[in-house]
Design a protein around this ligand. Structure first.
Ligand SMILES: [Zn+2]
Ligand SMILES: [Zn+2]
Ligand SMILES: [Zn+2]
Length: 337
């Protein structure tokens, strides 16, 4: 019998296939292979081919937009939103509109064209996380922005147009609906129980262990009870924290560790899948609160979203999270870092 499960935060229902659950080898996919052919604007020596950098680490002295950096952040050459101008919010009858104002930046995670976040040393991943943090803190000074979303598309199938490892940051003048649903669900739960729902999830999951993928002193990674996608995992700080950007350095070090570990497990179990991840944090101006708990959602691209999902907002997940967690937990990893 398939199972209907409800996500306790958002109230979203999913259908979990239980009988003929798909194993890792059942998914048809293209493994992400880095070919390194053709011109790459993110490699050393091509700094003039991107918009001028807004942040770079690692370059000791030396002019901006020259080689020598370890992490480099530039505005997206083809931004989804424009950085100049006012919002001019207005109504057109019952419709709302505003100008497409926002910031769209690219975090180039390494000068090494062939590296991935899974193969980079932990120390380099930590630097990438610092770049996320620094850019979010800076963009929050812009009073037009309400939310900063950090996300990564890895591989063609997950929407990456360049293979050189990078992530993206979009600062928005509104709080996105997906995030709003989580915030509302978490606030509702807190009003009733005076506890953070994510803290409760962490507590319950680490007691049972069935959906835990891994953990270290500060983080836990788990397959959520009602995942939308097979092998979806969430990375959560064990101590309550409501925003990604306000943490001590030990938190970013521990996050780098568990993120690398999880990505290596995905590569091992699913043969280098394309994936997306996104950082969910509190909106600008609501950074410190008791109800929302920042986290990263990580989903390999294994299934297609089709008519049923579009029509209902339900998702059909062909692998129970207990099984995906077990596969990931028991993955054989090579030498790490
Ligand atoms: Zn490159
Ligand atoms: Zn919490
Ligand atoms: Zn989330």
């Amino acid at each position: 019998m398939p199972e209907l499960r409800k996500d306790p935060v958002t109230g979203r229902w999913v259908i979990i296939s239980t009988d003929r659950a798909k194993r890792p080898s059942d998914f048809v996919r293209d493994s992400v292979r880095i070919r390194g052919q053709g011109f790459c604007p993110f490699c050393y020596g091509n700094e003039s081919k991107t918009p001028s950098e807004v942040l770079a680490y690692g370059r000791n002295g030396g002019a901006p937009n020259t080689p020598g950096w370890t992490v480099r952040v530039v505005p997206n050459k083809y931004p989804a939103l424009g950085i100049e101008g006012d919002l001019d919010r207005e109504g057109e009858g019952l419709y709302d509109r505003m100008n497409g104002v926002g910031a769209h930046e690219v975090i180039i995670e390494t000068p090494d064209h062939c590296a991935t976040l899974a193969t980079l040393p932990e120390r380099s991943i930590e630097e990438v996380l610092w770049a996320y943090r620094d850019r979010v803190l800076d963009l929050k000074n812009d009073r037009r922005f309400r939310y900063a979303l950090i996300f990564k598309n890895h591989g063609d199938a997950a929407g990456a147009s360049l293979e050189h490892s990078h992530s993206q940051l979009i600062a928005l003048p509104i709080v996105p609906k997906r995030v709003r649903e989580e915030l509302d669900g978490a606030r509702h739960y807190f009003r009733e129980k005076e506890r953070c729902i994510f803290c409760d999830i962490i507590h319950q999951e680490s007691e049972s262990g069935a959906r835990v993928v891994g953990e270290n002193d500060l983080f836990i990674s788990l397959a959520p009870y009602a995942p939308r996608f097979p092998f979806e995992t969430w990375l959560l700080p064990k101590l309550h924290g409501s925003s990604f950007e306000n943490n001590q350095s030990s938190v970013y070090a521990a996050l780098a560790k568990i993120l690398k570990d999880n990505l290596m497990r995905l590569d091992a179990v699913l043969d280098y899948p394309a994936y997306n991840f996104m950082v969910h944090t509190s909106p600008v101006g609501e950074e410190t609160n008791e109800h929302y708990h920042w986290h990263i959602e990580l989903m390999p691209k294994l299934t297609k979203v089709a008519g049923f999902e579009w029509g209902t907002g339900f998702y059909i997940c062909p692998t129970p999270p207990e099984e995906s967690a077990r596969f990931l937990r028991e993955a054989h990893l090579g030498v790490s870092t």
